[in-house]
Design a protein around this ligand. Sequence first.
Ligand code: ATP
Length: 452
Amino acid sequence: MNQLLTDDIEQQCQQLIDAPTWWVALSGGVDSVALLHSLALFLQLSPQQTKPRLVAIHINHGLSANASQWQQECADFCRQLGCDLVIERVDVINQGKGVEAEARAQRYRAIAQHLAAEDVVFTGHHLDDQVETLFLRLMRGAGLLGLQGVKRDGVVFGCRVVRLLLSVPRADIEDYACHHQLEWVDDESNNDPRFDRNFLRHQVLPLLSNRWPRYRAAVDRAVQWLSEADHALQEYSQQDLQVLAGKDRWGGYLLLSPLIEMSQVRQKTVLRYWLAGHNCRLSSAVEFDAIVAQLARVKSGAELYRGDYRLMAFADKLYLVDRNDSECVDYSYGVDCLPMTLETPGGRLVFTEPSDDVEEGLLVAAPLPLRVAGRDLGQSVRPIGRGGSRSVKKVLQEHKVPNWYRQTLPMIYAANQVVAVADCVACEHDLPADSAFVVRWQPASFSPFYES
Ligand SMILES: Nc1ncnc2c1ncn2[C@@H]1O[C@H](COP(=O)(O)OP(=O)(O)OP(=O)(O)O)[C@@H](O)[C@H]1O
């Protein structure tokens, strides 16, 4: 095989021709070696006046005893090809997600550091990778998203990654490399049957191939069907989200009553696309089922899910809340001049001089300096105009402050007397009231929606 890039692939390349730099992630294996070689040829033959710069990037993870040999092979290959090469060394520390996953994350982060806006990274993923990924995910019971396998064009850790060879079988890539007398390295770990991927590659897939020689192309077609179905569902869900999704000062939410009117599958679908839109995922379908099962009888203040983020029901809305472990937060800040902005665990507090321009916020008549501290659980306050004292909890309820702010809610003191509860109420005190300030509180525990 003397040509690797089919007409379709060349068309994709043509669409990316305006990118300033084409980065090729070069592991030294046959896929990325053949990819780099074919892209170099493509650019050489391209009649285009201005062409992207072609640069290879190799990440040395230092995991294999052969790591420095791979690095050397990459350097030799790029020199022969007349292509620039960047080498990055990363230290892979397993933080519980496995060495492979950590190496991958480090690799993309290292690559991302070199990218300018509009740059593209090409990787050597091919059809056999896609098929293996799909079977592995099937074994894990993946859903529609997971069963689409690896994406042709997507963003990974901030890098735009394009996988041009995703429909090309590994055998064709090896033929191409042999035809052009390219040299590559073999990762010895690819033969270790302890890894699920290798077990599939060496023991299961050859059986399928014997029986259905064209099974890879069939799988590729199935993946494209799934991806179209996902697209269509996403479009339908957007229509639902236009009705259900919103945002208020507590964060992004879905309206609960109309959501639970829908069929359960539709609730699940809407929820999935809503979460995906905020880069939040659930780790399993079981978790989805558990959430949807609770929706119909959920009480205000209930937590439906806690993982990297939380799903909280409050006042007939389902809020997406950042994971907030700041219970019983003990903090204290001083305010001795205006204007001043404080980032507290409960959110951002902005103190300004009273002025006609201030549209939002609470006007408080009290002298500086002030102290801002987390709520004292047993505290009572005397809201102005309400007569008598009441607990902070009651004030929060009256102001419909969600329960997950209870511990971090900022209280504002002057000379040790409470003069305001966040920007909800100003409180009576016996201090001179001839000076005043305006306070505005922007709750912060919803980072996906937190506006800076
Ligand atoms: N050490 C490396 N340096 C640069 N690029 C690499 C390196 N390792 C892998 N790549 C790139 O990633 C592609 C896929 O490699 P491989 O299948 O080994 O990685 P993977 O971890 O399974 O990939 P991914 O997790 O990104 O899907 C290679 O063709 C190559 O383009």
